[in-house]
Structure formats: C-alpha cells, structure tokens
Write a protein that binds this ligand. Structure first.
Ligand SMILES: OC[C@@H]1[C@@H](O)[C@H](O)[C@@H](O)c2[nH]c(CCc3ccccc3)c[n+]21
Length: 444
C-alpha cells in the first residue's frame, strides 16, 4: 500500500529524555532536573543526568538515523541550554550544540523538525511562577525568537509546544509530572498561558521565519462503555477535557462550553483578546497518538477519574494502553471534519513492550512493537484514502530513553540502549521500519 510521493518518514525524541549532561557548558537546570532529583518522584530514582548520553554521542545517533533511512528527525531544544535563566543572556555553547546537530542532520539528508518546548521549563522561570505567570508567554516568545533567528532555514519545520494537555494535567492536576502541582485552580491558568505562549511564538515566527510552524497535541479518542446516558455524558466530558481543550481555541478561537462548565468556579475570566492571539493560524498540526479511552459514568466528579476499563481480548502495552489502531483513524477523521482538514503529521506513535534481552550477535526480537507499528501505519493509509491531509509520520522513539516518571523502566525505542555502557542495538522493529521507509509503505 504505497503512501503518496513526498510522505515524510521519521522518528522522534525529546531533549531531557535522551541528551544527559543537563548542566553542561553553561546550561541552566530545568524543572525535570529538579523533579528527578527530588526523592520518590521518579521510578527507581532515575534521572536525566546521563540518559542516552546523546549530548555527546549525537554523531553516532545520526549514523543510526541514516541506517534507518530516516527522512526527518523530530527532536526538542532544551530551553535551559539556550537561555540558562530562561530569559536574558543566551548561552552560545547551548545554541552551538543544536546548530551542529542540525548541520549534521542536513549533511545526512535528514530534515530537522524542532520542538521548542517538550516539558523542560528552565527552573529559574518556575521560580518566577512558571506557566502560572502570564509573563510566561513573553518569556517563551523571547526564547523562540532567539532560536528562529539562529536556525530557521536549516530547520524548516518547527513546533511550539509538545502536548500542552499533558503539561497541564500531569504537571498541575495529577502532579505525576514536573513541576508536580495538584491544583484545580492552577490548571486552566496554565493551559491558557501555554496557549498564549504558542500564539506569541507563532507571531514571532511570522515576523522572522520563512518556513512552517505548528503545534503538537496528544489526542485520545473517547468511546462510551455502553449506550447508557451517563456513560455518554461522561464520554463527552472526557472528550472536552482532553481533545477539544486545546484544539478548539487554536482552530476555532473559543473554549468548549462543556469544558468551562466542568471547571466551574475554577475557570477564570480570560480577556477575549487572548483568544485572538491563541488562534493565530498555524501551518500544520502534529498529532501524538497512542491509544483510546473507554469511558464510564464519572458521576459528575471532576477532575476526571483516570480509568481505563479493561477491554476483553485487547492487547495492552507496558504503559497500560490498549492497542487500538481504529482510534487513530477515528481521530484523524474527527480532526478532518471538525477543524477543516488541516495538514497533519503523526508526530508520535509507538509502544513500550517487555522487549526480550539483546540476543547473542546483537538482535532484539521485538515482534509486538513491529505489529503495533504495522497496524497503525495501515490505518494511516486508510485515513489518506478517506481524505485526511496526512503528510508524514514519526515513530516514538528513535532510542529507548527516560520515560518521565517511569524512569528507564519503559522502552519505546526502535533502537535498544544498554544504559550500563550506552551501546545501541537496532531492534527488529527498527530494521522493519527501515524497509517501510525504503518502500514508502509498499511493504506494509
Ligand atoms: O509515553 C511515551 C511518550 C513520551 O515519552 C513523550 O515524551 C510524550 O510526548 C508522550 N505523550 C504521550 C501520550 C500522552 C500521554 C503522556 C503521558 C501520560 C499519558 C499520556 C506518550 N508520550
């Protein structure tokens, strides 16, 4: 099933998950450096101090990308390497690192796709209120403008934020992610400032940039556990809370009324002009898709109880997510019909399984991951046939890496990393993905 000519095949990573050396060469600490170094918050006390040592081994990792035949590589820039205090004086060593990485990617024929924010806020800005401070939108725009002026042209695909919903829900409601707050009143303020920051960065790009910029969202389709009214109402609420929460303001310039009602007294009165900023047009949407959510009656409780009722006969990943490729098709058709069929890249899709150990001679027979990826790529072909303007796909992830609060216990990589000696081993799924890319999906 060949994909359209020009369909872009890639793999994705994020700075704090792979780079290591978080304080090297003048870099400023991030909230994830602080979070990992706070006892009890991350599995096994794991930190990003070393991770995949990509800050030093990036030439070797670009060689791996060439071996996979990647046409594009999605990575994130650590704000604190570029601006150690988050604003003010730039750190040339930090900018140099990303400049060298980008130049070598281009040398290898791999198109860089740079994410400005993948959760690693400079700790110095968190000390000033972080995303709770309305000034955060200006701080982000200052950082974005600096990076655009240095790298735009060599980087031709930019995204502002990775998954503002996860930043809000994980960082300020469940507290499972940095900075670990649990405050219903903070969540909408953070979400709104993230969206304002996105809008200001897009406006900064329109002033100096010459290529394309978008936003990356995690979308998880919600299905009622039954036709019972209370299950259907709960499903609509879950859909409002995760999926329409950021898509509606960015593409339609207003928040979902169901969402506003759910927050009730915790929903502030935002200036109407903010929504004009937030809806500044973008060039493409990045969608991170992993699984679906079956929703049962939530009895009106809020924040929503996070539950995933087990689906008989389904396969589950090591992170407890049901393998449900149909949800990707449903999601893409929902975006197509509700938001005017914007150009879309799947900026993350992948799975953690209990991979077998590296076999003699260096192989990792991760058949479950290959099957997961194959099922989801087949669905993409159908989505294109049904009219979705789907431009490309990035597998999550190039490398096994730091899976946030799970530490190194969950492996998503197409390439296995032995953290004892940093040895990389191409998994069977990686070799298979290389064949998919070489055949433009024909072999699926
Ligand atoms: O969990 C796998 C990946 C992370 O390693 C990426 O950094 C992040 O962009 C990302 N997002 C999602 C889906 C949203 C989600 C994140 C965390 C927890 C639950 C859902 C899965 N992933």
């Amino acid at each position: 099933m060949a994909f359209p000519d020009g369909f872009l095949w890639g793999a994705a990573t994020a700075a704090y998950q792979i780079e290591g050396s978080p304080l090297a060469d003048g870099a400023g600490a991030s909230i994830w450096h602080r979070f990992c170094h706070t006892p009890g918050l991350v599995h096994g006390g794991d930190t990003g101090d070393v991770a995949c040592d990509h800050y030093r081994r990036w030439p070797e990792d670009i060689a791996l990308m060439r071996r996979l035949g990647l046409q594009s590589y999605r990575f994130s820039i650590a704000w604190g390497r570029v601006l150690p205090q988050g604003t003010g004086t730039a750190n040339s060593a930090g900018l140099d690192f990303y400049e060298r990485l980008v130049d070598q990617l281009l040398e290898a024929g791999i198109a860089p796709n740079a994410t400005l924010y993948h959760w690693d806020l400079p700790a110095a800005l968190d000390d000033r209120g972080g995303w709770l401070n309305r000034d955060s939108a200006d701080w982000f725009a200052e950082y974005a403008d600096l990076v655009f002026r240095r790298l735009d042209g060599r980087v031709k695909m930019w995204t502002t934020l990775n998954e503002p919903w996860v930043v809000m829900d994980g960082g300020y409601l469940s507290g499972a992610l940095a900075p670990g707050h649990r405050n219903l009143f903070e969540a909408p303020i953070v979400a709104h400032n993230l969206l304002r920051a996105h809008g200001k960065a897009v406006q900064a790009y329109r002033a100096s940039g010459a290529h394309r910029i978008g936003l990356v969202v995690n979308l998880e389709p919600k299905y009622p556990a039954s036709d019972a009214p209370q299950d259907r109402v709960a499903t609509r609420r879950a859909h409002a809370y995760m999926n329409r929460h950021f898509m509606d303001p960015v593409f339609r310039g207003r928040y979902d009324a169901v969402l506003v009602r759910m927050f009730g007294a915790a929903w502030p009165a935002f200036p109407a002009s903010d929504l004009d900023l937030i809806r500044t047009p973008i060039d493409f949407l990045g969608i991170n898709y992993y699984t679906r959510n079956v929703v049962r009656d939530d009895a009106g409780r809020f924040p929503l109880p996070v539950e995933r009722p087990v689906q008989r006969g389904a396969t589950y990943t090591e992170t407890g997510w049901e393998v449900f490729p149909q949800g990707l098709l449903d999601t893409l058709n929902w975006v197509r019909t509700r938001y005017g069929n914007p150009p879309v890249y799947i900026t993350e899709n992948g799975a953690a399984f209990d991979d077998p150990p590296v076999a003699q001679g260096g192989a990792v027979h991760d058949a479950l991951r290959t099957d997961y990826l194959r099922q989801h790529l087949r669905v993409l072909h159908r989505a294109i046939a049904e009219g979705c303007d789907l431009r490309g796909y990035y597998a999550w992830s190039l490398l096994d890496n730091l899976e946030w609060a799970h530490g190194y216990s969950k492996r998503f990589g197409l390439v296995h990393v032995d953290y004892r000696n940093q040895r990389r081993t191409l998994k069977d799924s990686g070799a298979w993905y290389a064949r998919v890319i070489a055949s433009n999906g024909q072999c699926l």
